[in-house]
Design a protein around this ligand. Structure first.
Ligand code: SAM
Ligand code: DTB
Ligand code: SF4
Length: 342
């Protein structure tokens, strides 16, 4: 199969055709593209910290931190700057090169901005890449965070536009896209992906990836989460997707967005070593390390170190450009999504 390399004009049929490929053809294609842009034996190690947990006014059906969830998670205040920096130092000593701070907010309050900026510049001064996920941002907030040294902003579309309303009602799909524009315009890199296994159809997975790939610029980083069905959330009884179906999503993301970092994010606790190895083969090149994600467990460092050693995978250094980054062939000028929709 011939593949245009960097594209922003994927049709629904083309993406569906990728999902319909025989599995071996799909992951061969994904691995071939992966090798054009990345060292296949390097994976980026990120670590998360929940700097403000619980009591969130949004109703995301998967999230333990939503005030609508019946979880026993209390609502905490924003952590103190020193406490965050001390956790970040430990993460760096443990091998993390990107540090991502998450807050259970609809959007940050102006009164929190000074502390957030001190956290960001403090982490940046340690030599780690910085990322934050704080909800919706105004232009001014995005600019302030960028100026403080925030490299990436994580803001997921989570699923297809069509399925979105089944999962979240307190903000729209368009709200998410608007914040992504604000983030991009501020000069920060965009980290945007979604969740597999919320009861969506394959078509929804295809449409989610199509939305991301048809943005004027591909997200620099694409977290693909497997739903962690957390007791007390609306999705607590949803079954895990089949592992092969999950790997297919990684492969399709890699093919559609060849230069982006694809992050094998939540859900690794439930994944076998073999499934994770297939995800790396399909083009995933980043993981979250450490014992915890935000509110749930993650395979600890020892388990991950053993897996990486078995696979001969090395950690990517902070701020390292992909080793094999080349000029794309068959590149077409991007078409902004809003223009395509009009
Ligand atoms: N409040 C911020 C927001 O929603 O943008 C940031 C935090 S939120 C926890 C970040 C992302 O984590 C969500 O968009 C979702 O994709 C993912 N996530 C949250 N809970 C999850 C779960 N139970 N399973 C899998 N992914 C989850
Ligand atoms: C993302 O897409 N996944 C991470 C990060 N961005 C912030 C969060 C996963 C959270 C999993 C559930 C929890 O620990 O609460
Ligand atoms: Fe709030 Fe983010 Fe959880 Fe949604 S995913 S409830 S916005 S913390």
């Amino acid at each position: 199969m011939t593949t245009q390399i960097i594209r922003h004009d994927w049709t629904a049929e083309e993406v569906q055709a990728l999902f319909d490929l025989p599995f071996n053809d799909l992951i061969f294609e994904a691995q071939t593209i992966h090798r054009k842009f990345f060292n296949p034996n390097e994976v980026q190690m990120c670590q998360l910290l929940s700097i403000k947990t619980g009591g969130c006014p949004e109703d995301c059906g998967y999230c333990s931190q939503s005030a609508f969830a019946e979880s026993d998670l209390g609502a905490s205040k924003l952590m103190a700057v020193e406490e965050v920096l001390s956790e970040a130092r430990k993460a760096k000593e443990g091998g993390a090169t990107r540090y991502c701070m998450g807050a259970a907010w609809r959007s940050p309050k102006d009164r929190d901005m000074e502390n957030l900026k001190a956290m960001i510049s403090g982490v940046r001064d340690m030599g780690m890449e910085t990322c934050a996920t704080l909800g919706m941002l105004t232009e001014e907030q995005a600019k302030e965070l960028a100026d403080a040294g925030l490299d990436y902003y994580n803001h997921n579309i989570d699923t297809s536009e069509e399925f979105y309303g089944e999962i979240i009602t307190t903000r729209t799909f368009q709200d998410r896209l608007d914040t992504l524009d604000v983030v991009r315009d501020s000069g920060m890199k965009v980290c945007c992906g979604g969740i597999i296994g919320m009861g969506e159809k394959i078509l929804d997975r295809a449409e989610m990836l199509r939305t991301l790939a048809n943005l004027a610029t591909h997200p620099d980083s694409i977290p693909i989460n497997q739903l962690i069905a957390i007791p007390g959330t609306k999705l607590e009884n949803v079954n895990l997707p089949h592992s092969i179906d999950f790997v297919r999503c990684i492969a399709v993301a890699r093919i559609m967005m060849p230069r982006s970092t694809v992050r094998l994010s939540a859900g690794r606790e439930e994944m076998s070593d073999e499934m994770q190895a297939l995800c790396f083969f399909a083009g995933a090149n980043s993981i979250f390390v450490g014992d915890e994600l935000l509110t749930t467990d993650n395979p600890g460092r020892d388990k991950d170190a053993a897996l990486m050693s078995k696979l001969g995978i090395e950690a990517l250094a902070a701020f390292e450009e992909p080793a094999l980054d080349k000029e794309p062939t068959n590149s077409r000028p991007p078409t902004p999504l809003h223009e395509k929709r009009a």
